[in-house]
Design a protein around this ligand. Structure first.
Ligand code: SF4
Length: 758
C-alpha cells in the first residue's frame, strides 16, 4: 500500500524509548563483537524445540498509515506449552547499572516481538524475558514477566502514537519528494557532451539493481550527472535514499551545490552532510562523556525533539544548520548528524560511514539498503582508503609507556601491559637483525593477552579516565576487530624502529571487504576521472563480473591542450644529473608561454632541490612553494595567487598526489600549464613490495598494482587540473622517458596521446 511505513522493531522502540547520555567509553566495537559471542553462547543453551533468531513481521494500521514492523527476536522458548520471547542484552557495565527491572527500551523491544508472535498465533498471553549478561564475567541476570494480549496491544498503540507524528512527517515529505522528483528536469539548459551518456548509464544501473564503474573526464559535471538520475529514481520507486560518498571536503561541497541546484528547480529533498567528529565537536577536547560534555549529557532524552524540529523546518542539513539546531537543543552535533542520516533522502559523507566496519552506520538494516544507492565519488581514492580501514597496527612503545605510568598505580593493568611488552621483546629476539619481516600466523598468545588487557582496561575506564589507557584501549579494540577478518587478503608484518616495534595486520587486497560492506545496497556507482584502467579498479574495489563498465570520452577538443613529453630520467639515481635540465626546461617553457603554472614533483625533497636551484637561477620570476603541512588558510592563500588575466608569470611548485594535485578547480586562465615530473610511482617500500608480491602470486601484474597504476593515477589527476571547461586552453609537459613507453601511454587519456617530444 502506498501509505506504508516500513520500520524495524529496534528502530521503532529506540526512537520512542531511548534515553540517557552518550558515553564513548562503552560504545566500542569489541563490546559489539562480544555481544555476538554472548548471544551465541546463550542461544547454545536453548533446549530442543526452542528457536533462535526468529523473523517476525506484522502490518499495523494506525490512523492514516500502515506500519510494517519487523525484526528478529533472539529466542523463542517453549516450556510446557508456554511461549517465552527471549531478548539477550550484553554489557560491559556492571549488571546493576540496568537497575532492578531492566531498561524500558529493552522491555519495549521484547514486548513488541511478543505482541507480533502472540497476535500471529492468536495467543491470549505470552512471557517476555530479558537475559542480561556481563561480557567480562559472563554473569547473567534473567528478568521475566507475563503479558496478556490486551496489555501488549495497549503498549503497541502507545508506541505507535509516540512515533506517529515523526512517521507522518517523513511520510508526507516522501510523497512530496517523489512527486517533485518525477517533475524535476535536468537543472541546466542542456546536457554537456558525455553528461547524458553518464546519466543514462547511472539510471540503467539503478533500474537493473547492478553496479557501475565509470571513468568520466574532469569537467563534464560528474556530480550532477550521477545525482540527477538517482533523484529521478526516487520518483520511480526504485530508491529511498542516496549516499554520496567522498573523501574530500571540496567534493562534498560540490555535491551539496548540486542538490541545492535541483532544489532551486523544484526538487523537494532532505539532505544531510556528515562532518568528521573532531571537526564539528563543540568542546575543546573530544571527550564524549556526560561528566565532561553537556552535549553528551542527556543526549538521548533530547534527540527526538531536535530531529523533529530540524526535519520539520529544514531541507539542507549541512554543517552550519546542524550546528545551529545542535546548540538550540544541546545535543552533540556529530551524533545528531548520524541520527539525521537515517531520516534523510541524501547523505553526503566520507567513505568510512559505509565501508569501515568500525564506524559504519549500524542502524542501516539490509531492508533499507535494498532501496539505497551508493555514489562513490573520486573512487580511485577508495583503494588505499580501503586498505587503511581494514588494517590495524599495534605499537610496542605504547605498552611500555603504559607500564611505566601504571607502575604502583594499578597492578593488573601494569601486569597486562608488561606481558604484552614482553611478548614484543621476544618477537624482536626471534626476528634478529631484520628491520622488516612478515609473520605467517598471528600468535594466539598475543590475542589472549590483548583480550585480557582490553577487558581490564574497559572496567577501569568505567571508573576513571586516563588518556594513554583510552588510546591504547581503542587501538587494541581496533586490532582485535581486524584479527577476526584475517584471511588470504591479509599480510601480517612487523617493522622495527630502534627499540620500538610495530606489528601491522595489513589488508593487502581490500576487494573482498569492500564488496562485503557494500553488498546489500541496491546499486553502487564508482566514478572518477582517473579510474584507469577500469578492470583494475573493478577488481580491487570488489566489483563483480556482471557489473557495468563505462568510459566517457572527454568533451574537450584536442586543440585545447598542447601535450609535450620531455624524455629525461627522473629515477632516483639520475635526479641530480637531470636537475639542471629540468630547471632550464621550466624556464624556457614559461618564457615561451607565459602564464600561471603548477609544477608537480614526486617527493618533497626532490621538489625543494629543484625549487632552490630555480629561484637561485631565476630570482626575478614569481614562484610559490607548497609548504609541508599547510593549514587550510595557507592552502587557500596559495590558490588565491592563481588569478585570471595575470600579466606576470606565476610558477607554483607542488607535490604530486598532494593537496594541489587533486580536487583543485582553477578555471579559465587561472591555470595555463601543468608540468608533471616523473611517472608518480610510490616510493619503493616494504609495504608496496608486499602488495607487488601478493598480486604476482595471484598471477596479476604485481608491479602495476603496487606502483604503476597508483603512480599514473596521480599523474592523470595532476594533469586534470588544467582543462576544466570548453573555454580553457593550456599546456601539459610530462617529464620522464617512461612516458614514451607503450605501457604508460596506454594509461593516458586519449586526448593526451597526440603529444610532441621536446
Ligand atoms: S560535542 Fe564533542 S565531546 Fe561532546 S559528545 Fe559531541 S563530539 Fe563528544
Amino acid at each position: 500500500m502506498s501509505n506504508t511505513i516500513q520500520i524495524a522493531v529496534r528502530t521503532l522502540v529506540e526512537h520512542v524509548y531511548s534515553s540517557g547520555s552518550i558515553d564513548s567509553r562503552f560504545r566500542s566495537q569489541s563490546t559489539m563483537l562480544d555481544g555476538t559471542r554472548i548471544h551465541q553462547e546463550i542461544q547454545h543453551t536453548y533446549q530442543e524445540g526452542d528457536q533462535k533468531e526468529v523473523y517476525l513481521r506484522i502490518d499495523l494500521p494506525y490512523k492514516d498509515l500502515l506500519f510494517t514492523v519487523d525484526g528478529r527476536c533472539d529466542g523463542l522458548l517453549v516450556r510446557d506449552g508456554e511461549i517465552t520471547i527471549d531478548e539477550i542484552k550484553s554489557t560491559a557495565q556492571q549488571l546493576e547499572s540496568f537497575g532492578e527491572d531492566g531498561l524500558p527500551v529493552h522491555w519495549a523491544q521484547a514486548k513488541m516481538y511478543a505482541f507480533i508472535y502472540a497476535k500471529d498465533h492468536q495467543l491470549q498471553g505470552i512471557y517476555v524475558q530479558l537475559t542480561y549478561v556481563q561480557v567480562e564475567s559472563s554473569e547473567k541476570r534473567v528478568l521475566k514477566k507475563c503479558f496478556t494480549i490486551e496489555e501488549l496491544e495497549t503498549f503497541v498503540n502507545e508506541v505507535l502514537e509516540n512515533y506517529y507524528h515523526y512517521a507522518k512527517l517523513l511520510y508526507d515529505h516522501r510523497k512530496e519528494r517523489n512527486e517533485s522528483s518525477r517533475a524535476v528536469g535536468f537543472p541546466f539548459e542542456s546536457y554537456r557532451e558525455g553528461q547524458r551518456k553518464l546519466a543514462a548509464g547511472v539510471y540503467k544501473t539503478i533500474s537493473e539493481e547492478k553496479s557501475l564503474f565509470v571513468k568520466a573526464p574532469t569537467g563534464i559535471g560528474k556530480t550532477i550527472s550521477t545525482l540527477f538520475p538517482a533523484i529521478k529514481a526516487f520518483g520511480e520507486g526504485h530508491l529511498n535514499r542516496i549516499f554520496y560518498l567522498t573523501a574530500k571536503t571540496i567534493t562534498r561541497s560540490t555535491a551539496e551545490e548540486a542538490v541545492e541546484k535541483m532544489r532551486s528547480c523544484g526538487l523537494c529533498v532532505k539532505s544531510v552532510t556528515i562532518t568528521a567528529k573532531d571537526k564539528v565537536c563543540f568542546k575543546d577536547e573530544t571527550k564524549c562523556q556526560k561528566d565532561y560534555c553537556e552535549f553528551a549529557d542527556g543526549y538521548y532524552d533530547r534527540i527526538n525533539g531536535a530531529i523533529l524540529d530540524i526535519v520539520a523546518n529544514e531541507s539542507t542539513m549541512n554543517r552550519e544548520t546542524i550546528e545551529k539546531y545542535a546548540r538550540k537543543h544541546t545535543v552533540c552535533p556529530f551524533e545528531f548528524s548520524i541520527d539525521l542520516a537515517y531520516a534523510a533522502d541524501a547523505v553526503i559523507c566520507d567513505y568510512n560511514y559505509i565501508f569501515d566496519p568500525r564506524v559504519s552506520l549500524k542502524h542501516l538494516f539490509d531492508e533499507q539498503k535494498k532501496s539505497t544507492l551508493l555514489l562513490v565519488d573520486e573512487a580511485h581514492n577508495l583503494v588505499d582508503r580501503g586498505r587503511e580501514m581494514f588494517s590495524a597496527p599495534l605499537n610496542k612503545d605504547l605498552f611500555l609507556q603504559l607500564k611505566k605510568e601504571f607502575k604502583g598505580v594499578n597492578k593488573i593493568i601494569y601486569e597486562r601491559a608488561s606481558k604484552i611488552n614482553s611478548w614484543f621483546i621476544s618477537l624482536k629476539k626471534n626476528v634478529g637483525e631484520l628491520n622488516e619481516f612478515t609473520i605467517e600466523h598471528l600468535d594466539e598468545e598475543l590475542v589472549t593477552l590483548l583480550t585480557q588487557f582490553k577487558e581490564e582496561a574497559e572496567s577501569l575506564l568505567l571508573q576513571e579516565t586516563s588518556a594513554i589507557l583510552l588510546d591504547l584501549y581503542f587501538q587494541v579494540n581496533a586490532f582485535l576487530k581486524i584479527v577476526d577478518l584475517l584471511d588470504e587478503h591479509y599480510v601480517i608484518y612487523g617493522e622495527r624502529n630502534k627499540n620500538d616495534i610495530t606489528l601491522k595486520l595489513f589488508c593487502i587486497d581490500p576487494s573482498k571487504l569492500l564488496h562485503k560492506m557494500g553488498k546489500a545496497f541496491r546499486s553502487k556507482i564508482f566514478f572518477s576521472a582517473t579510474l584507469s584502467p577500469l578492470p583494475y579498479y573493478q577488481d580491487i574495489l570488489g566489483g563483480q563480473t556482471d557489473d557495468y563498465l563505462l568510459s566517457i570520452p572527454s568533451p574537450f577538443k584536442e586543440e585545447q591542450t598542447d601535450i609535450f613529453i620531455k624524455p629525461l630520467s627522473t629515477r632516483y639515481r639520475d635526479r641530480e644529473k637531470t636537475q639542471q635540465k629540468i630547471v632550464s626546461m621550466i624556464h624556457s617553457l614559461v618564457q615561451n608561454r607565459p602564464g600561471n603554472y603548477l609544477i608537480f614533483f614526486p617527493s618533497y625533497k626532490y621538489l625543494l632541490a629543484v625549487y632552490d636551484q630555480f629561484i637561485q637561477d631565476f630570482p626575478e620570476l614569481h614562484t610559490l612553494l607548497q609548504g609541508a603541512g599547510m593549514s587550510e588558510e595557507e592552502k587557500e592563500a596559495f590558490l588565491e595567487e592563481f588569478k585570471p588575466n595575470q600579466t606576470e608569470t606565476l610558477i607554483g611548485f607542488a607535490v604530486l598526489g598532494g593537496v594541489f594535485s587533486e580536487g583543485v578547480d582553477l578555471k579559465g586562465d587561472r591555470l595555463n600549464g601543468v608540468v608533471v615530473i616523473g611517472v608518480g610511482l610510490p616510493q619503493l617500500c616494504f609495504e608496496r613490495n608486499l602488495i607487488k608480491d601478493h598480486f604476482n602470486m595471484k598471477e596479476k601484474n604485481g608491479y602495476d598494482y603496487a606502483y604503476v597504476f597508483p603512480g599514473m593515477n596521480k599523474v592523470l589527476q595532476a594533469g586534470g587540473r588544467l582543462i576544466r571547461s570548453e573555454e580553457d586552453h593550456g599546456t601539459i609537459v610530462l617529464v620522464d622517458d617512461r612516458f614514451l613507453q607503450r605501457h604508460y601511454q596506454e594509461l593516458m587519456p586519449q586526448e593526451w596521446r597526440n603529444f610532441r617530444v621536446i
